[in-house]
Design a binder for this molecule. Structure first.
Ligand code: ATP
Ligand code: MG
Length: 453
């Protein structure tokens, strides 16, 4: 069962104490007050997951309190509201629910009933937070392509993406790992006239060669041992939309030949089928390899290369466009402080310089991971150079050496920090989160991510 922070307001101290201890017994964090004025102040100061409020109180009614709360905070920024009503005054309960309360409890009620209602309210709260998060992610993703960058070369990438989005031409996106190839592919699709149609991604490197063919083209029943039903391939699924062939450089020569045929004729046969199928889709391919060199070495089919390289988009490595680093850092601080529910006001002097002079072999992905960890681990709203140093950001200036294995180093640091915080809090998540200065929600995320028990 999930636990949360709960504010209980009732002018009768006996009830207040009974409810408070029952809720604490379930592991919730409880703040109880008999004064609605106090409650007003508390609600203005901090966030609670659930508010349980009596209706008839001398200074201010529960309804007044709810009305005020609803007026001052949007649905995602306020607790789930539960109203208690003594006098079977169902009208006020209904009024409360109209205002946005989740439920009401009619006094006298059993403690068990309360616990059930509270647990449901906490589930609601969690879902509404997740929902808001997903929406903000989606907005991030689709606003101005979600592509951040002010360097001339990124501006060119953005411009080309915009132009090519209006066509159905095949696009080949190249660039080192973590430069944003997939992001650009998605941007192109979601700004095309086919944006309502599917975008189907195939990671050619992640699927064993023997399976890739049926994955791409599908198969009919009995096509091979184990093919007990027919299955549609990714090309058929992407019909009308876009197929994104990621890591195209790893494709075997046999499949390269088959792919070439699809690109030339816009038709293919599912495995084991005689009938060919027509498709109408856009192909976007991506690779971090040098395909031209692979062609020269005889490892990539020349015809296929030209069929793919209709509109080339090359994303430069981050170290070749360091002027993008400040805007990216700003973007990622905003994104991850929102996600972690943590306030970060900025960077201490010297931090941005350190980030800007690092080599970033993992490019934007690595920078994003570093900023995310700094946001989570920073004990203060201003990220100090210590935090960044602890994360192992190796600057060329400081060490003269490229950083090695930075990603593993970062993973380790993050996991260790979380593990140690939990250890020294004796396993109490609330205390560990407090010690790290992050929300319990953020802590849970990191615990799950690193499978820390
Ligand atoms: N210009 C950018 N603006 C904002 N976010 C970016 C930018 N470039 C990359 N990112 C972010 O960096 C991460 C890595 O990007 P992406 O997955 O697109 O890289 P990739 O080139 O496909 O990497 P790989 O070759 O390893 O598959 C993503 O979280 C993406 O959102
Ligand atoms: Mg990728």
């Amino acid at each position: 069962m999930s636990t949360g922070s709960i504010l209980v307001v009732d002018d009768e101290t006996k009830i207040l104490n009974a409810l408070g201890s029952a809720l604490k017994g379930e592991g919730h964090e409880v703040v109880a007050t008999s004064s609605p004025r106090d409650a007003q102040k508390l609600l203005a100061q901090r966030l609670f997951d659930v508010l349980i409020v009596d209706n008839l109180m001398p200074e201010l009614t529960g309804l007044d309190l709810i009305r005020e709360l609803v007026a001052s905070a949007g649905p995602g920024d306020r607790p789930q509201i539960l109203m208690m009503t003594a006098h079977a005054t169902v009208e006020s309960a209904i009024e409360a629910m109209k205002l946005g309360a989740l439920d009401y409890l009619q006094k006298p009620f059993e403690i068990d009933e309360l616990l059930v209602v509270v647990s449901r309210a906490l589930d609601h709260q969690r879902l509404s937070t997740e929902h808001r998060y997903l929406i903000s992610e989606r907005d991030d993703e689709f606003n101005h392509y979600g592509i951040v960058g002010r360097s001339r070369r990124m501006q060119e990438v953005i411009n080309t993406s915009q132009v090519v989005a209006r066509t159905r031409s095949t696009v080949l996106i190249t660039g080192e790992t973590g430069t944003g190839k997939e992001m650009v592919a998605r941007a192109i699709h979601f700004h095309s006239a086919q944006k309502e149609m599917p975008l189907i991604k195939v990671n050619c490197a992640a699927i064993p060669e023997t399976l890739l063919e049926s994955e791409l083209f599908g198969h009919v029943r009995g096509a091979f041992t184990g093919a007990i039903t027919s299955k549609k391939g990714k090309f058929a699924l992407a019909d009308g939309g876009t197929i994104f062939l990621d890591e195209i450089g790893t494709m075997s020569p046999t499949l390269q030949a088959k792919l070439l045929r699809v690109l030339q004729e816009r038709e293919f046969e599912p495995l084991g089928s005689e009938r060919s199928q027509k498709v109408d889709l856009r192909v976007i391919a991506a690779t971090n390899r040098d395909l031209r060199q692979m062609v020269a070495d005889g490892r990539f089919q020349e015809d296929l290369y030209y069929r793919l390289n209709v509109i080339p988009i090359h994303i430069p490595a981050l170290r070749e466009r360091r002027e993008d680093i400040p805007v990216l850092v700003e973007h990622f601080i905003a994104k991850h402080s929102k996600r972690a529910g943590k306030r970060i006001d900025g960077l201490a002097p010297g931090v941005l310089e350190a980030l800007q002079s690092a080599d970033w072999p993992g490019n934007v992905r690595e920078l994003e991971n570093t900023v995310e960890r700094a946001v989570v681990l920073s004990p203060t709203p201003i990220v100090s150079p210590d935090v960044v140093r602890m994360l192992g950001v190796a600057t060329t200036a400081a060490t003269g050496l490229p950083s090695l294995n930075l990603r593993q180093n970062l993973e380790w640091t993050e996991r260790e920090t979380v593990r140690r915080a939990l250890e020294s809090s004796g396993g109490v998540k609330k205390d560990a989160a407090e010690a790290m200065g992050i929300s319990q929600r953020a802590l849970s995320y990191y615990l799950a991510k690193h499978r820390v028990e």
